[in-house]
Design a protein around this ligand. Structure first.
Ligand SMILES: [Zn+2]
Length: 90
């Protein structure tokens, strides 16, 4: 009997032939959903769907300001808003 977390029927399995010739069921790790923009909730570009292990190994987000946190359009709107507020307040 596999351990309880592997008994879930939502995990994907695959039959794999071992070097000894046996057929065994291997559990395929689940992939997490794409990271989302903090303001609009749209999936961030530049991120593949990754398993937990791949996420731990690290992935480089876009190198612009707020890369990996805001999508490009929310950042564009925010920067425009900031510049307008700067000019109107001074
Ligand atoms: Zn956004």
């Amino acid at each position: 009997m596999p351990r309880p977390s592997l008994r879930s029927r939502t995990t994907k399995r695959k039959l794999v032939r071992t070097p000894g010739g046996r057929l065994v069921l291997r559990v395929i790790p689940k992939k997490h959903d794409y990271p989302k923009c903090a303001l609009c909730g749209r999936p961030l570009q530049g991120f593949p769907k990754m398993t937990a292990k791949e996420e731990r190994r690290g992935h480089r987000p876009p190198t612009r300001a707020y890369g990996g946190y805001l999508c490009y359009s929310c950042l564009k709107k925010g920067l425009k808003e900031a510049v307008r507020n700067l000019y109107y307040s001074a």
